[in-house]
Design a protein around this ligand. Structure first.
Ligand SMILES: Nc1nc2c(c(=O)[nH]1)N[C@H]1C(S)=C(S)[C@@H](COP(=O)(O)O)O[C@H]1N2
Ligand SMILES: [Mo]
Length: 202
């Protein structure tokens, strides 16, 4: 069976044909590790907001209710952690970044996502537009668990999973690429799993 790719066996109907391992990764199967650089923050939903700030004509701020009312998409994607596990066909529900970025005027080309707890990660704007990134608040049909980033996290599945910031509260847009938390500590500034960009210099 080794010559038969997972794409041809046992695939539930409707699942996109994406199961493939980037170099150096292994399939963790049904497991879902929790990787957090600090304690799990707990923000009450009435205190939660999501904002787009920085180099914008006017900052955008959404309450939890306003965020809930935005059209959500169902997303089924593979995720790839820099610690070498990959997980196939994870199912999320969330709001495309496009929906939020459409509401601001900017000449910026980068963003720094910021989170409860102080975590940050940088991303090129061109990597979070055109249906490539979401703010997700549901996983496998349930509200996103706090340990996995609930109430809401970023999901940028085409880059290593450290870019998918948990407990996200917003993004600062900038014309300057400012490294985030792991990027400042030696992880790759971009983090493409298919080019195995784990650390600076890869
Ligand atoms: N706010 C925040 N987001 C974060 C992290 C973190 O420590 N804090 N860890 C990152 C890393 S390194 C990974 S691999 C994934 C892990 O997500 P999980 O715990 O849901 O598996 O979250 C990313 N997002
Ligand atoms: Mo990670």
């Amino acid at each position: 069976m080794a010559f038969v790719s997972r794409g041809f066996v046992g695939r539930p109907e409707g699942r996109p044909e994406t199961d493939a391992l980037p170099p150096g990764q292994y399939d963790i199967g049904s497991g879902f590790p929790v990787l957090s650089a600090g304690p799990t923050p707990r923000t009450a939903l009435e205190d939660w907001d999501l904002s787009i700030v920085g180099e914008v004509d006017e900052p955008l701020r959404l309450t939890w209710r306003e965020f809930q009312d935005l059209p959500h998409e169902e997303i089924t994607v593979d995720i790839h952690c820099v610690t070498k596990w990959s997980k196939f066909a994870t199912a999320w529900s969330g709001v495309p970044l496009d929906t939020l970025l459409d509401r601001v005027d900017t000449a910026a080309d980068h963003l720094l996502a910021f989170c409860d707890g102080g975590y940050t990660t940088n991303l090129p704007l061109e990597d979070v537009t055109d249906g490539q990134a979401w703010i997700v608040d549901r996983y496998e049909g349930e509200p996103l668990e706090a340990q996995h980033g609930g109430p809401a996290r970023l999901l940028v599945p085409h880059l290593y999973f450290w870019k998918s910031a948990k407990w996200v509260r917003g993004a600062a847009l900038s014309s300057v690429e400012e490294p985030g938390f792991w990027e400042s500590l030696g992880y790759h500034i971009y983090g493409d799993p298919w080019r195995e960009q784990r650390y600076a210099g890869d």
